[in-house]
Design a protein around this ligand. Sequence first.
Ligand SMILES: C[S@@+](CC[C@H](N)C(=O)[O-])C[C@H]1O[C@@H](n2cnc3c(N)ncnc32)[C@H](O)[C@@H]1O
Length: 400
Amino acid sequence: MPALSVRSFYERYPYPQKAADHLSGDILPSSFDAVRHHCWAGRWPAGRSFRALVAGGGTGDAIVSLGLSMRRRGIAGSIHYVDLSKASAEIARSRAEHARLDNVTLEVGPIETVRGEYDYIDLSGVLPIVGDPAALLRHLASLLVDDGAMGVMSYGRVGRTGVEPFRRIYRTVMGDNVDTAAARELIAALPPHNWLKANPKLGVDLDRIGDVELADRLLAPHEFAYSVTELAEMFDRAGLPIRAFIPSLLYEPAHLLKSADLRDRLAGLSYIERAQIAEDAQGDLNKHVFYAAKIGTAPIDIQGLLDRDDVVLLPRNLDCRGMSSALADGADAVSVGIRIDGVERSVTIRGGAEAARFVAALEGEPTVGGLRSSISDDTIRYMSRLLVAVEALHFAVPSS
Ligand SMILES: C[S@@+](CC[C@H](N)C(=O)[O-])C[C@H]1O[C@@H](n2cnc3c(N)ncnc32)[C@H](O)[C@@H]1O
């Protein structure tokens, strides 16, 4: 079996494996609401066209998620997809057609030669496999307008524990050949305490996943996983400082620590230092999703937005009715299981009638002013912060 280049690898294993009529839900970072919230503080001028580039778009998750979320919000614009793999592009094209997206153009080729001007660039799962990420980022930065932003998914160094030693074993035995049957044999031979097999997110389901998932997870031609700090340095150097790792709950270590003294010490650290502690402490973040922008770091001012009556609250993938009845039933502390894009976390929420009414009202995408007539500022603030921290809520500021 011959060694595969990145292009031939994804011709053989178009990723992720999706049916030609699969409509993706709202995926991060490729959700218009999330992009507007994090990159433009909830503001997108009425009438401004949104030009997006989906770089290394694979089988089309990002174009479908972005396209459908733009349509939902009545945002005009275009989405340009580029990928080396023709097989992936064909699936992406069918999915875009199935979703009746008429503003998508598809190009088969390298990201490195794309030209044009974009407001937003989506780069999901590509940094981990490109040989020269610094050069790629410099090129992408040159395509962004001055207030342009990027949404990125990269592999997380700590959460990928076990992958690198396995790849070393595989390469030594198999060379550059990509052979999922051989990989499965090698995996079966590993003892249970091997770090890959013991990895709770990447190792426990290896005998249940298909060849495409197995190949992408373990056998891609290159493998680069980055820590939060490495990503921050890489993006700073490219002139694209990171604005936010999301969901922010996963990158804030304060709630892991009980002692006031330790929490005070944390408060004196930089955003990236705290996020690095969170990555090291949790250990299972095998992907980092984040937004970066030329205009730099400026975490969204939640309080400033909640002070405005006209700000609209947009729930994301939230079972408003189910959560509302759980909150109504439990007056003090309700533990709600939240699946945050692959990571399961349980969040404790102060329950009660007001919290329940707040969540029920979200279904109608209310304004802050509309909520204020029946819900206290304290509950609006508390619930909004919490749901924003798990990416279940975004803000939109109306513009004329
Ligand atoms: C792991 S897949 C991710 C696909 C998709 N972005 C997602 O997150 O679902 C990586 C994709 O990047 C593409 N790719 C890698 N390097 C590329 C390059 N230099 N130019 C264009 N596409 C590239 C591959 O062909 C593959 O489809």
